[in-house]
Design a protein around this ligand. Structure first.
Ligand code: AMP
Length: 398
């Protein structure tokens, strides 16, 4: 059974074709510069990568090209498009109605179009990507998987902001949470590793965008991202949580427009803003190791904020059975993991520094010190596989 997973951005379309029987990726790639000129990188395990620069005037041209490539004798992995049993689409936002993954029909599409205001950056391209795929593959089911839906289980006191209640009721201003597919995947793996479906788990998705989520009994109970993916810990270029008056101060006293203020908060803050070096954690750490004080400060601020949230979620759940690191920084940055876990023994978190320093990349790793009350894991995330699993189950009942 073959499932195609699609993740469409404004000028990109990433894809992975899974053989679900083997749980294997047959091919994957990325179409870039859609609407500009066009570029594609296509990979198959054990084979040479293929790159080209075809014209991609829109998402439909890109997906059409991808389907051609997947079935081409030279670069393909299937004989015919008919072999693709269903398509899974990643959506950042499912609003308040799409609270779980769903087969996408006209009603769902209409709802997704009605909430693009909540998600102006990622909503429109994901919808275009879906429409393009549906036009190219009208005979299979298309399933939407929403980053927000893992947070449908948040209690109201965790998702309602202390603002006038009408702003929630009328404007839908609330905590939605993001990266849910990643947190769901790694929390599920941690549950399996612990052999405890009721476990209290804190998952740290630390990448270019970062979020932290608390899960109990397989259900998310709190998360650091909020109304938008701007909230929570500092990220590559995003500030994370701030006193909201900073925003109005920037606008009123520093005379920035709303767009300029958003640009400061989204594109010029976080690791880049503090360090002045880069948004990429590797560059910031390298600069810090070479004695750059602001780069060192940026890393300290990140660690400080991650620790604070772990403590908060410990308090909310009355304990932690497992702490999980995932995504680019969480999976690869041993120094940061050691810094986050330092002095967390009061919460039961203690890691074996040597295991942490030698844990192989790309693999699940148990960092816990012998006898620690809580387990600490590195679990590589796999959002695409999670999307493929949901698609298999919803579109084909498997
Ligand atoms: P992601 O958004 O999950 O792709 O993660 C991107 C982030 O992971 C960037 O900040 C990278 O610098 C960081 N990253 C990737 N590899 C490493 C590494 N070996 N050490 C530290 N950070 C890394």
């Amino acid at each position: 059974m073959k499932i195609l997973v699609v993740n469409a951005g404004s000028s990109s379309l990433k894809y992975q074709l899974f053989d679900m029987g083997q749980g294997a990726v047959l091919a994957k790639g990325n179409c870039e510069r859609i609407g500009i000129d066009g570029r594609i990188t296509h990979k198959r395990p054990g084979k040479e990568d293929f790159s080209a620069a075809p014209a991609f005037p829109d998402h439909r041209a890109a997906i059409g090209y991808v389907l051609g490539l997947l079935t081409a004798p030279a670069h393909g992995v299937i004989e015919s498009v008919e072999e693709i049993a269903a398509v899974g689409h990643r959506f950042a936002h499912g609003g308040e109605k799409l609270r779980e993954s769903a087969v996408l029909g006209d009603e769902e599409l209409e709802y997704l179009e009605s909430i693009v205001g909540l998600n102006p950056l990622h909503g429109p391209p994901a919808i275009s990507g879906f429409k393009a795929c549906r036009a190219e593959m009208p005979n299979v089911k298309h399933v939407g998987v929403f980053d927000t839906s893992y947070y449908a289980t948040l209690p109201d006191y965790a998702y309602i902001y202390p603002l006038p209640y009408e702003l929630y009721e009328e404007k839908k201003i609330r905590r939605y949470g993001f990266h849910g597919t990643s947190h769901r995947y790694v929390a599920g793996k941690a549950q399996e590793l612990l052999g405890d479906p009721n476990a209290k788990i804190v998952t740290c998705h630390l990448g270019n965008g970062s979020s932290i989520t608390a899960t109990v009994n397989g259900k998310a109970v709190d998360t650091s991202m909020g109304f938008t993916p701007q909230d929570g810990v500092p990220m590559g270029t995003r500030s994370g949580a701030l006193d909201p008056t900073v925003v109005t101060y920037l606008m009123k006293t520093c005379k920035l427009s709303a767009e300029e203020t958003e640009k400061v908060l989204n594109e010029k803050s976080g690791l880049l803003g503090i360090s002045g070096v880069s948004s990429d954690c590797r560059d910031v750490e390298e600069a810090a190791n070479a004695g750059n004080k602001r780069a060192e400060l940026a890393m300290r601020i990140l660690v400080h904020n991650v620790k604070k949230l772990i403590g908060a979620y410990y308090a909310e759940m009355n304990g932690i059975d497992a702490l999980v690191f995932t995504a680019g920084i969480g999976e690869n940055d041993r120094a940061l993991r050691a810094d986050v876990c330092r002095d967390l023994s009061a919460l039961g978190v203690e890691i074996d520094e040597e295991v942490n320093a030698t844990c192989p990349r790309g693999e699940i790793c148990d960092l816990s010190k012998k006898g620690a009350r809580a387990k600490t894991f590195v679990i590589p995330t796999n959002e695409e596989y999670m999307i493929a699993l949901d698609t298999l189950s919803l579109a084909l009942g498997k």
